[in-house]
Design a protein around this ligand. Sequence first.
Ligand code: ZN
Length: 242
Amino acid sequence: MSTETRVYLRERRRQQRIERSSETAAATETQIARLAEPAFKDHVLTAEGPHWRCGRPDTGVYGFWLYAPAGAIMVWGDIGSFMLRHGSKDSLAWLAGAVRNGDPDYLLGKLCAADGAISEFKRGDAFRYIDEMVRGSGNAARWRAVRQRFHERLPHTYGNSEEANAFYAACHEHRADPCGAMGWASGPLYLWHALRVFARLHRRATHCGVCDRQTTNQNHAPVGAGLPPEPTCDACITPNQD
Ligand SMILES: [Zn+2]
């Protein structure tokens, strides 16, 4: 193997590492789903005044609080601080529907504030887009030049927004239309899974554990992993004596 070939192959391997597909929106969603499953599985829901606490009884890790006035849902705790705004007076009914619909994009699209990044640039999606353009845009040379320039700029970036700027600048220099290449940051993706767990436990908290009728009893007993279902409707708490 010639020196030139070796240098070429080494450089190509380096480029492939930089382009690796784990830096895509889809890969981030899969990864956080895998991490969230064990993180939230032992959560217990407790009504505390106007708030709900959702977490493990023995630790605050991955625990959170939730407050749901008309038109908004506020979440804060170990998973971060978030505020969602929506058009419904009944926030908890809205949340149940948004979770049932199964689309994190719909629910997270209602985020109006967070203490960390809501979305972030996904380098793998940008490279995938460039590859598609090389193959299918009819202007392969231009898009190869964009990829080359993006690779040159990347080592000089620090942080997600500079990486994004390097991509947009590389496209701009070669008069190529960039894609957005944005995806949810990990904080909002954890929030999505936290709210799914909350909605499931909240349904149990507001329905009788014995007959499953919706209960008017506002003094909800804690519900969650390892706790037996409680009778919370008047009929099951005080069975007819006749
Ligand atoms: Zn009942």
